[in-house]
Design a protein around this ligand. Structure first.
Ligand SMILES: [Zn+2]
Length: 332
């Protein structure tokens, strides 16, 4: 059997490597899914344990999974890295919400949690707390006389909050008010999460995996030193250097904004040369929410070769199709 070398850690062996999915499976099962066989099992499991978990669970892309039925659990519970807050103006502004999969079709439900809002006297800002977030530090933050209001979701849903506040010595007696709030059919929410390095590394991995796929897993090319920076970044988290730009950057607009004829639901990957024909770059978007530009080889030292590929992962049809552009748009 032919010896194969891992494109990330250069480990080589005669045993078959596992199927590495170009786009992590958390983002959907597709017919004719793109997989490669040039990633060793050690890198394969490292990626799923260290790079894919946070990316698939605590990001905007995670909300995309929920929207398209690829995640069943709610998102944004207090204590999670991803927080969701109401953007409704008025008394509910900033209140905590969770995202839940809709019962029918591809959509999201936004649901308010039972919570209490506290405001220092003379201050118009309200801080919202779920029951499990009420601790000593909250008690110390608000002097006596602070205003308190409860968001009552169902009769009695304020009781555990009141008991918790009482146990912390925060008096809710006469000063507290109970707000009965009618919640409209559509609630907009603001999502915040920590943009960890592992997200960039996961995106860079998708891009380099896709290059490997586009190059028919040509390891002679993929193992060139030109790709060492991206390899070390994905596998070891090593940054290219303080003076060098990050390999992964946000694109100012969604990848498909310029092409209205293509359906906008799903993931899109491209790889090709930049406009100067010296760097190999990739574009990645998951659900067309955020778009990333990844420099895979900043100034390729080898001979130029033809490279322009794109794929659309249609999350509704569950298919993967090559993009049939005569000229793919690649950013500068
Ligand atoms: Zn490896």
């Amino acid at each position: 059997m032919k010896k194969i070398t891992c494109i990330y850690c250069r480990a080589s062996g005669h045993r078959k490597f596992p199927a590495e999915h170009v786009v992590p499976r958390a983002f959907g099962n597709f017919r004719h899914n793109l997989t490669i066989r040039c990633v060793c099992s050690s890198c394969n499991s490292y990626f799923s344990e260290h790079l894919e978990l946070y990316f698939a669970r605590q990001t905007l892309e995670a909300a995309g999974r929920l929207r398209y039925g690829m995640r069943k659990e709610s998102l944004g519970r207090p204590g999670e890295a991803l927080t969701c807050r109401s953007r409704e103006s008025g008394v509910l502004y900033g209140a905590k919400v969770i995202l839940k999969p809709a019962t029918t079709g591809a959509d999201l439900n936004v649901e308010y949690l039972p919570q209490v809002a506290i405001s220092r006297l003379g201050n118009d800002e309200w801080d919202w707390y779920a029951e499990n977030e009420l601790d000593r530090s909250v008690a110390e933050k608000y002097p006596p006389g602070s205003r308190i209001k409860f968001l009552v979701i169902a009769p009695g849903s304020d009781r555990p909050l009141r008991e918790r506040l009482a146990s912390l010595g925060i008096r809710t007696g006469l000063r507290s008010s109970v707000q009965t709030i009618s919640i409209g059919p559509r609630v907009t929410a603001r999502l915040t999460y920590e943009f960890r390095n592992s997200i960039s590394r996961c995106v860079a991995k998708i891009a380099f995996n896709y290059l490997a796929y586009a190059m028919d897993e040509n390891t002679e090319l993929l193992l060139r030193r030109d790709f060492d920076a991206i390899r070390f970044f994905v596998r070891g988290g090593i940054q290219p250097g303080p003076e060098k730009p990050s390999a992964v950057q946000f694109m100012a607009r969604p990848m498909l904004a310029r092409d209205t004829r293509e359906p906008a639901c799903g993931h899109f990957l491209t790889v090709g040369w930049d406009s100067s024909q010296t760097s190999i770059v990739s574009q990645v978007t998951i659900y067309n929410i955020l778009s990333y530009r990844i420099v895979l080889a900043p100034s390729f030292s080898g001979v130029w070769f033809d490279l322009i590929r794109g794929h659309h992962f249609d999350v509704e049809q569950k298919t993967v199709l090559p993009l049939r552009f005569t000229r793919l748009w690649l950013p500068d």
